[in-house]
Each structure stands twice: as C-alpha cells, then as structure tokens.
Design a protein around this ligand. Structure first.
Ligand code: HEM
Length: 401
C-alpha cells in the first residue's frame, strides 16, 4: 500500500491524524520522494530509530521539518550538534534541568501563577492558553535565560508571529514570519550588545553561555543570539499547548474531570495523558549519515527522516484504544519528550510548570466547562494541539487556594 503524504499540505497541517492512521497502516516507514525523506509514523519506528540508530543520523542538518526537508538555515546551537560537542554545550546548563535542579523553581513558579491567576478569577471566562499558561511559560523561559521579565510579552508576540502559518503556506517564509524573526533577533542583538558592554548585567543561561569556552571556542554574538532564540522557543511553546489540551480533554471526559476537580494533584496524570494523545511536538526531523535498515525500510545516507511523534503516540500497536483519553492508563514506554541523547532537556521543568499551572487553576475555580466553538487548533507542520481553549467557571466562588 502506498500513501501520498506531504507534511506541508493543507490537509496535513490542518489535521494530520486521518493521514497518520493511513501511514501507520502501511506497517513500515513511508518514503516521500518529493523530499527524499522517510516518514516514521509508527511508535516502533520512531522508538527504534531514536534508540538504536543515533550513530546513523545527524542533528547538524537541523531538527525542524523546514530545515531538513526544505533546506532552511540551521542555527548552530547544542541542539544541532552531534556526539561530544552536543554533550559539552548542553552540559553547561544540564544541572538546572534535573529533577532536583527544577525543584528550586517550584515556589517561584507557584507565586508567578498565583499572581497571573488572581485578577482573572473574577472574569469567569478566559482563554487558558493565552491569558495564563503562555504568559507563565514565557516569563519563566526569560527568567531561566536571564532576560528582563518586562519584555516577555514582546518576545511572546514575535514568536507567535514567526510560527504563524497561513492556509496552504509551506515553511516559515511569509512576510509576517520574516518580520517577526527580524525583530526578535534585533531585540537579542541589542541586549547582547548591552551585556557585552556591562557583563555584570548578565545572568542565567545567557551569562553561562557568554562566559563558556569549549575546545578554545567562545560564542560570537550571532551564536549567542541563536542559543537565546532556541531556548526561548523550546522553553515557552509546548507546555502551554499541553495545559490548554488538558482542560479540553478533561471537559470532554466528565468522569475524569470530576476526579481531578475533587483532587487537583491528579491533574499530573491528565498532563501525561494529554501529551500522549495530543503530542505538541507534532514532528521533528533528522538526516541519515549511514545506510541502515529500519523495520523494512532501506534508509540511505543523505536521506531525511521525519519522526511523527503525534502519530507514534496514537499507535494502536503500542497503546490500547489509542485515540481515547484515559488519564488512568498505565504505559510502559513513551515518546512524549523524545528519546536518546537529544531527549528533551526541559522535561522536568515543563512537567513542573504545566502541573503547577493546572493545579492552581483547578483548585481555584473548581468545576469548569469548555466553550467548544471558541477553541482553536494550531495550523502548521511543526507543532500541534490547542492554541486556544476558552473555559468558564463560577466566578462568585473562585478563589486562590
Ligand atoms: C510539555 C512540554 C514539552 C514537550 C512535550 C517537549 C518535547 C520535546 C521533544 C519531543 C524534544 C525532542 C527530543 C529528541 O530529539 O529526542 C524536545 C527537545 C528539547 N526540549 Fe522539550 N519539550 C517540552 C518542554 C520543554 C521545556 C520547558 C524546555 C525548556 C528548556 C525544553 C527544552 C528542550 C530542548 C533544549 C530540547 C533539545 C534537546 C537537545 O537537542 O539536546 N522543552 N522537547
């Protein structure tokens, strides 16, 4: 069976799941001639490629579909390095992201969530993505980097502008996208200029990367700007999509919602299950550097590989009733944060932030409903899930716990 799949088609960018079902039914990776690349839609394919073939692939050709499939420029950061260089540069900030490393941020993040949440409670209605979750994760990403918190709304809007896709748009080349990237980098260069002049103003990861020297190499202004950019995007994008998704899926499943409303700590299970059923990193891409065999596919050096995480996470061969939301399910393996040496650096921080936002919110508002016709899913190839989820609650009885 052959399936005609183009990750940049309108159909796939609008709702990839019907086509993911067909791709998985093929039973092995599917070749996309147009891009000289393979689509890995099954859990087993993504898992095996991530665990057994790291030496056969490179990250230097980029991580996004746009970079690997369309040849968009690849910023040089630890995310696009292989082997030892990757470990050394990622290692500079690794300790801040271990389970113990993120624990020190719990109190500060809880304070931030309460500060953002309090003025919203009397409204009785909000878009949980935009008005709460996204604001918290943006401010926190800036905090970890050492950027001024008062600028967070500015870079948030610019990241949105950069990722926005119009119907049928292939890649990020629209005027809106380019203008947003230009302004974002303008902001970074101005900030870097300021801290190069006054190093005592630098803090967080920016200070660490600015001062680092590995194998005689120090980061140029441009390289430093790419580190800031990449960490700002990865640190702020996926968690709020998941938070919005949790509220959506709980509202769709009233019995599970009742369990969480009665005991908000249980929202952790809902967070994990939302990541599975609606993986926000829809897909990431790699390039093969050696020939190898993968579950029936003969991969050749130089070919691209698309890891379709959102598809793998709904694979019936791995998860029973995979398209159903069940926060009490037990899973043996997961790909929600990737796998292998490049596994998500921020997995403990993302989980911590997401669960604090959700716990504080549900503890404060109690029962809630979702305004279905005001929810919107993201359109595009790279990220998936809800970019808008409007919820309603009883404002008269809402209060911070
Ligand atoms: C629910 C939230 C999140 C999800 C679902 C998620 C998912 C992922 C996935 C699937 C990858 C690819 C891993 C691989 O290649 O095997 C990744 C990489 C990465 N994530 Fe996350 N992420 C989340 C939150 C965060 C946060 C809060 C940060 C904050 C710093 C972060 C930083 C990164 C970085 C730096 C990488 C690249 C790692 C590398 O190449 O070494 N992520 N993430």
């Amino acid at each position: 069976m052959s399936v005609d799949y183009d990750p940049f088609s309108h159909e796939a960018m609008k709702d990839p799941h019907p086509i993911y079902d067909k791709l998985r039914a093929v039973g092995s990776p599917v070749f996309m001639e147009k891009y000289n690349a393979w689509a890995l839609a099954r859990f087993a394919d993504v898992w095996e490629c991530s665990t057994k073939h790291e030496k056969d692939i490179t990250f230097t050709a980029g991580q996004t579909p746009e970079q690997v499939l369309l040849g968009a420029p690849v910023p040089d950061t630890f995310m696009t390095k292989d082997g030892q260089a990757h470990r050394q540069w990622r290692g500079l900030i690794r300790e801040d992201y271990t389970p113990d490393g993120v624990k020190v941020h719990a109190e500060r993040i809880t304070g931030l969530v309460r500060e953002m949440l309090e003025p919203l409670l009397a409204k009785g209605e909000m878009d949980v993505y935009k008005e709460l979750a996204n604001r918290v994760t943006c401010i926190n990403a800036g905090y970890m980097l050492g950027l001024p918190p008062e600028d967070s709304e500015t870079w948030r809007a610019l990241i949105d502008g950069m990722l926005e896709r119009e119907e049928g748009q292939v890649g990020g080349g629209s005027e809106t996208n380019q203008a947003a990237v230009g302004q974002l980098f303008g902001y970074f260069f101005e900030y870097i200029g300021k801290i190069r002049q006054n190093p005592e103003l630098a803090g967080g990861h920016i200070k660490t990367f600015m001062e680092a020297e590995i194998d005689g190499h120090k980061l140029s202004d441009e390289e430093l700007a790419f580190y800031i950019f990449s960490l700002l995007v990865t640190g702020s994008e996926t968690t709020p999509i998941t938070v919005a998704g949790v509220m959506y899926y709980l509202a769709q499943n009233p019995e599970q919602k009742a369990q969480v409303v009665a005991d908000p700590v249980k929202v952790r299970k809902a967070f994990t299950e939302t990541l599975r059923i609606d993986q926000p990193t829809n897909m990431l891409a790699r390039k093969a550097v050696n020939d190898f065999e993968l579950n029936g596919a003969e991969i050749k050096a130089g070919q691209g590989l698309l890891y379709l995480y959102a598809s793998a996470n709904r694979d019936e061969e791995e998860f029973e009733s995979a398209a159903q939301f069940d926060m009490n399910r037990e899973t043996e393996r997961d790909l929600s944060f990737g796998r292998g040496g490049h596994k998500c650096l921020g997995l403990h921080l993302g989980t911590l932030m997401g669960c604090i936002i959700l716990e504080e919110l549900i503890a404060a508002i109690g029962d809630f409903e979702v305004v279905e016709d005001q929810c919107e899913r993201l359109y595009g190839e790279h990220l998936s899930g809800f970019g808008k989820v409007v919820i309603r609650w009883d404002a008269a009885n809402a209060k911070l716990r």
